[in-house]
Design a binder for this molecule. Structure first.
Ligand SMILES: NC(=O)c1ccc[n+]([C@@H]2O[C@H](COP(=O)([O-])OP(=O)(O)OC[C@H]3O[C@@H](n4cnc5c(N)ncnc54)[C@H](O)[C@@H]3O)[C@@H](O)[C@H]2O)c1
Length: 250
């Protein structure tokens, strides 16, 4: 029960990595507030997790909506000791074809979102006296990918945002870390594979990039999120943990 008594807000908690992290934390004794824009997914996730979970609907780009959702979540849990910023989206487009509107859309969800949610959660995290923040960045925030400039910029920004606020918040005893997954099978990636038109070719291309020749699982990422949110990582802050089957370094 590594998370016994801990209270954690998880954005993107209705699906994929956010939901897997919520399951893992609840199994280890935490109570969680799931923040997502997907009402149907939220209801299913909260139903599955029962009394340990509380669902709040918000779009992470909407500052006013986030403020009231975070305060509702913190009230329901009676405080916050942890935050996981997992809400995000991806977008493939060559730079020449990308519009400013598309660029802003990705940056607003993947980079403004964690800023807005973290700001809203900060008073409760400070009050905890021993809090953690885990941002789900990406291997694409450490290494470029072709036709992925907006996503790479958003996740590269998130990695340095993580390290930078780790410095700002250390005095509040808040540890801030990022996880940088490689390709992980989630509904987001299923949608992207389908969009390629040749799912099998895209699948093979992805797995050829890592040493383990497979996709990661949301549960594997959730294990890292759990580690960075519990006392086992008590001397870890400002880190960006690659979880990509050895994709980025080779
Ligand atoms: N799956 C991968 O291969 C992979 C790899 C690296 C990083 N990531 C990152 O992991 C995070 C989770 O992705 P996933 O693969 O689990 O995707 P997912 O689509 O399964 O889950 C993302 C969740 O975020 C929510 N969301 C999206 N935009 C939102 C918004 N504006 N406001 C509130 N909620 C919003 C969605 O409703 C969804 O429930 C993302 O930040 C993604 O960039 C994923």
């Amino acid at each position: 029960m590594r998370m016994r008594g801990r209270k954690v807000l998880i954005t993107g908690g209705a699906s994929g990595i956010g939901l897997a992290s919520a399951r893992r934390m609840v199994a280890e004794g935490a109570r969680v507030a799931l923040l997502d824009q997907n009402a149907e997914g939220l209801a299913a996730a909260a139903g599955e997790l029962g009394d340990a979970a509380f669902a709040v609907r918000a779009d992470v780009t909407d500052e006013t909506g986030v403020r009231s959702a975070v305060s509702e979540g913190a009230d329901a849990l009676q405080g916050l000791d942890g935050l996981v910023n997992a809400a995000g989206t991806s977008f493939w487009r060559s730079f020449g074809d990308m519009t400013l509107e598309e660029w802003r859309h990705i940056l607003s969800i993947n980079l403004d979102g964690p800023f807005i949610v973290t700001k809203a959660a900060l008073p409760a995290l400070r009050a905890s006296g021993k809090a953690t923040i885990v941002n789900i960045a990406s291997g694409a925030g450490l290494q470029p990918r072709q036709n992925f400039s907006a996503y790479c910029a958003s996740k590269g920004g998130l990695v340095l945002f993580t390290k930078s606020i780790a410095m700002d918040l250390a005095a509040d005893n808040i540890r801030v870390n990022a996880v940088c997954p490689g390709i992980v099978m989630t509904p987001l990636v299923e949608r992207n594979l389908a969009l390629t038109g040749d799912r099998e070719a895209a699948y093979q291309r992805y797995i050829s990039r890592n040493l383990m020749k497979r996709f990661g699982t949301a549960d594997e990422v959730a294990d890292a999120v759990l580690y960075l949110s519990c006392d086992e990582s008590s001397f870890v802050t400002g880190s960006a943990l690659s979880m990509d089957g050895g994709s980025v370094f080779h």
